[in-house]
Design a protein around this ligand. Sequence first.
Ligand code: PBG
Length: 316
Amino acid sequence: MRRMRRLRVPGIREMVAETELSLKDLIQPIFVDERISEARMIEAMPGQFRQSLESLAAEAGAIEDLGVPAVLLFGLPAQKDEVGSGAYDSQGVIQRAVRKIKEITNLIVITDLCLCEYTSHGHCGLVKGERILNDETLPILGEVAVSHANAGADIVAPSGMMDYMVRAIRSALDMDGFTDTPILSYAAKYASTFYGPFREAAESGFAFGDRLGYQMNPANLAEALWEVQLDIEEGADIVMVKPAMPYLDVLRQVKDMFAVPTAAYQVSGEYSMIVAAADQGWLDEKAAFLEALTCIKRAGADMIITYWAKEYAKLA
Ligand code: PBG
């Protein structure tokens, strides 16, 4: 008689495990704030910090020492303006941060490529009145990509969900000789309420409207496949599904359908929910994040952006 429980005993249980998390697949986000002089805790994300350009060196060193292979950088500039010019300033916060990390570590440096942290209105593109101008934004994104690559970024990650952003960035990079810089596209990025804590962390809340006009409707799956296909055609080397846990079906289908390197972003809200519940004693933080990461991997993620990368590394 078949008894499924035979294989669930210690030792055998591990041997028959179908999914294994690996530190080499994890990416740690770092927020770099140009206006502060020492690291500061992010209130909505207990345990996560904004680094200053000074404290960044020690943090990057610690991440490397723990064996986390890659970081994803977000910048908080001293000044914002209508067009987000801080995003492509060669002396901007991200450009300085990338140079510093590359100087002192061998970490893979991925830069988030979006305007929302740099625009006074907080939107991911240029605006006219209350309209987001897709095509007018594209050359700026190209310029941002080139400035990140010039600073030493290993991978650029456009997250603004403008149509044709990948094509514009690929051609700008190629024209400047960065033909080997990969693009990790936030291809299926949903208009998610789970980004809430991030907007405090990166001060990227918006002055009017919402992001429903450019980020995807959580109700849609076929549209995500279409988005991914377009980004691959435009030259994306890695595609991303974001958020992760509420969108595991999307992740599975993307991986099955396209078989390209696929990333998942376990976002700020996924982090803060677990941390807050653990703080109440309602669940075990470590067990919860290990389970969540394992399930994200099982659903098809080749790599995972997670605020727990460092914590995971400490266990490994
Ligand atoms: C910027 C950006 C956002 C996140 C990553 N890049 C916020 C947004 O689109 O509103 C969210 C990450 C997180 O919640 O951890 N476009």
